[in-house]
Structure formats: structure tokens, C-alpha cells
Design a protein around this ligand. Sequence first.
Ligand code: AMP
Ligand code: MN
Ligand code: MN
Length: 333
Amino acid sequence: MTHCPDVAPPTPTSRDLTLQAAVDVLGSATSVTVLCHVQPDADTVGSGLALGTALRRKGIPVQVAFAAPAELPVSMRDLPGTDLLVAATEVATEVDLLVAVDCGSAGRLGSLASRLGGARRSLVIDHHRSNTRFGTFNLVDDTAESTTAVLTQLFDVWGVPIDADLAHCLYAGLVTDTGSFRWGQAGTHTLAERLLATGIDGGAISRRLLDTHPFGWLPMLGSVLSTAVLVPDAAAGRGLVHAVIRCTDSAGLGAEEIESVIDIVRTTAEAEVAAVFKETAPQSWSVSLRSKNSVDVAAVATTLGGGGHRFAAGYTTAGPVEAVVAQLREALD
Ligand code: AMP
Ligand code: MN
Ligand code: MN
């Protein structure tokens, strides 16, 4: 065996933490920026606001932000703690600790990934299977239903009492990331019960986050669902169903309306995989993928530069619609 005294061992740049070690990092911070992912959903915002609220209660200066779009989606505006949110341009360029919540990779921070360089340390709190461990420290539990479920465990170790305001934020992530408890696991309902026992109105939270759309949603669905195509021989014969949302379809509508479409398309019995191509600018696409049992769409999305969970993933791509559909079909075969 060759002895190589000149070769230095690799410098450990990133470390997975226990809950207690993550609490120690948070508790010792002198200033914190909490970043949510771009095109934020209720799990990243609920996590960001819950953590921001807990830090504020400890007397630690904290900002919470996401890079895009400029405004918080309408359905999330009554979450407690929104006064902690600052515009992306207002996020401090230097901070003691940057915490990313519900972000599988640095790219999910959008333009605010630039703030990683100005942070003395960073902590990634997440539950994505595809997480790239981009923090100095990482608290990643890919068995957790939501990032808010990971935060609940963190709060328990930290001794943060979960009152109705924190429970509202934590429940928001739990109910949305479990598809209204459709794909909960052992422990999911116990957590929900604990949060509901603080007095929050679970029905009202779910209705606001998941079951409220402006009237314009209905004609948009009519137009978009008429683009649906079933490709039975795709995904090695397991079947693919896809639909396309053009900018012209979604004009004037919010993220909630656009994100709702995949939940209809994915119900197609003949297809194991569902995809919705969401046009973000001419020939630019954000793609939602869903599968039922046998296809790991996180792996598929990762090969296309994205990521996600086994049965729910996404990526961005560019080109004419025929080309991006063909690209996906190829990645699935
Ligand atoms: P969505 O279809 O947007 O609800 O996303 C489903 C899952 O895929 C979520 O867990 C996202 O975090 C992940 N995801 C979506 N888009 C991307 C992307 N461009 N890059 C990495 N992960 C993504
Ligand atoms: Mn998310
Ligand atoms: Mn999540």
C-alpha cells in the first residue's frame, strides 16, 4: 500500500447534527437569517415563521425571507409571525447564522443563495430525500412528513413551548405536506392532535391554505385540463399523464391556483407518473412530478437538475414544450 504523507485529509466542511447540537447552534447565535425556498409553500413559510418566532422569543435578532416572488401567497398571509418577513433586498448581507428551511439544495434559495457567503455559519433544516447538505451544519430527517415536523422535535429538545401561534405555523406545513393527511404515517396524527389541542382551528387553516381559490381558477382549470395527454407506454409502460399551464392560462392567478393542478392530474388511474409543465416565462418551465408506487420521481428530477421526495418532485427546464415533454419521457425510460 502506498503511503502518501503529503496528501492532507479532506477538510470537513459540512456536518450532520443531532437535534441537541442544532439547538446549541441556534441558541448560541447572535443574529439569524431564516430563509424559505423560492415559490414558497406552507411548509417552508410555516417553518420559517415558527423558527423566527421562537428565536425572537429568545431575544435573538432574526429576519425571515424568501427570494421570489415579491409577495407572500395570499393563502399564507394570516400565518402568525408574518411581521418577521423582510423583502429579499432587505436581507442582511452579513449574519452570524443563516438557517435554510425546507430547502433540498442551495439553488432552492434562489437569488438569496448569495447570502450563504456572508454568513459565519449556516444550518440546513429539511426533510428532502435529495438534500445536498449545503450547510455548515445540517439537520435533515427524510423520514419526517414536513419540515415543520422536524422543527417540532427541535422545539421539544430546546424547551420551546408550542402555543397556538407556533402550532398554527407548524400545522400549516404538516397539513399541506401530507396532502391533508392522505399520506400521513405513524405519528402524523399524534402530532396533529397535539397541535390542534392548543386551540387552533384546523378546518379554517386547511380551507384557507388548500380549499380557497378565486373564481378565475375554474376557467383556468377548464383550459389547462383540456391539454392533458395520457402516454401509456411512458415510464417503461407504467404510464405518464401530463398537462401544460401557459402564462396566458395563469395570468392574474396566484401560486395556489397553479400548484393545485398537479393534484387533479395525478389522480389519473392509467398513469403511474403525472407531470404538470408550468410556464414561468416564454419557453421556461417549472415542472411538478408525482408518482404513486413504483417510480422514484426525486431521482428523475435530480437527473434533470431538480430534486424532491420519492413521490413528489420538481425541476426547472427550458425549451419548446414538445422538447421538454420529450426530455421528461427520456428521463423516465
Ligand atoms: P412541487 O411540484 O413544486 O410541489 O414540488 C414537489 C417537490 O419537489 C417539493 O418537495 C419541492 O421541494 C421539490 N422541487 C420542486 N421544484 C424543484 C426544483 N426546481 N429543484 C429542486 N426541488 C424541487
Ligand atoms: Mn416546500
Ligand atoms: Mn416540505
